[in-house]
Ligand binder design. Sequence first.
Ligand code: B1M
Length: 210
Amino acid sequence: MNLENISLSLQKGKAKDVKVLVQEALDNNVTPKTILNEGLIKGMGIIGTKFKNNEVFVPEVLVAARAMNAGLEILRPVLVQEGVKPIGKALICTVQGDLHDIGKNLVKIMLEGQGFDCVDLGVDVSADTIVSAIKEHNPNVLCLSALLTTTMDYQKIIIEAIEEAGLRDKVKILVGGAPVTDSFAQKIGADGYSADAASASELAVKIIAG
Ligand code: B1M
């Protein structure tokens, strides 16, 4: 079946096949929402779970992500036309002083796979930039990534800056990255911590559902 093939091709990272299959499904009047949920998101979800269980690794996730983006490229204009609303908006970045972006990119991909509209501020992002971005984009969730023991404390500085700006009750803050732990997240006043990208996106969904 076509939707199953979309999911399988995505899992194998076959971007060109995904593009062709998504277009084929659209031509056969399958709704974009069905293609998104039962093809692309389903495939990415399977990859996310396998990644969490160490059955696949970063390279496989990255090629699957590229395939997902290829499919979304075809679908995005039709989805916008049909008015399929994202489930929420997420702001994501790697914190000031830190240039590691692979984990952050994976979290973004998983969030998009769950239906979040993501604003990616990139790496080495200051608290001031984040405060301005919250005012501009009004996100439901802010995801902060830090890979260095020297930059993880900057997550606290960001949370304090958001509090000082009077925006703390406007956004849920999730933190992550290799040196970050659940107890650290609680200590700095974050709303949640995730050890990996798939869990981060699942937590984001839970947290905005209340
Ligand atoms: Co860097 N580096 N690095 N590095 N680097 C580490 C992190 C390090 C552990 C290596 C080591 O020494 N063993 C070490 C940190 C030591 C410490 O602080 N305790 C280190 C160091 C020291 C440095 C430099 C200082 C080296 C130097 O210049 N002397 C320097 C710092 C530069 C800077 O940032 N200012 C540096 C530079 C680099 C490169 C540029 C060469 C490159 C980054 C390239 C890039 O990102 N585009 C790099 C890399 C690749 C690594 C390692 C090898 C791999 C990191 C990675 O991408 N992992 C890393 C060693 C390691 O981790 N084994 C290392 C794969 C990725 C999928 O995992 O990012 O952990 P991760 O993300 C996971 C989870 O953490 C979680 O989900 C992701 C997916 O499951 N997650 C989140 C991440 N962010 C999240 C946010 C969330 C939720 C979950 O929000 C809610």
